[in-house]
Design a binder for this molecule. Sequence first.
Ligand code: FES
Length: 66
Amino acid sequence: MYVCICNALKEKEIREKAVECPDATAEEIYASLGVDPDCGTCLYYAQDMIDEERTKLAAPVKMVSL
Ligand code: FES
């Protein structure tokens, strides 16, 4: 799914960069993908996805005993 229409950025690209660059802002993640925000409409939604990925990284890993 496209998140940023102006730059044709897909959700998968943004989520992957959020994991690779754990301290980057949405604008910095866009820059790492070689683009800059244009209209800015997507930034709030992109930041939500970035925060979601970071929450997953911070979540404790469940151990399963065999
Ligand atoms: S939709 Fe992303 S900058 Fe316009």
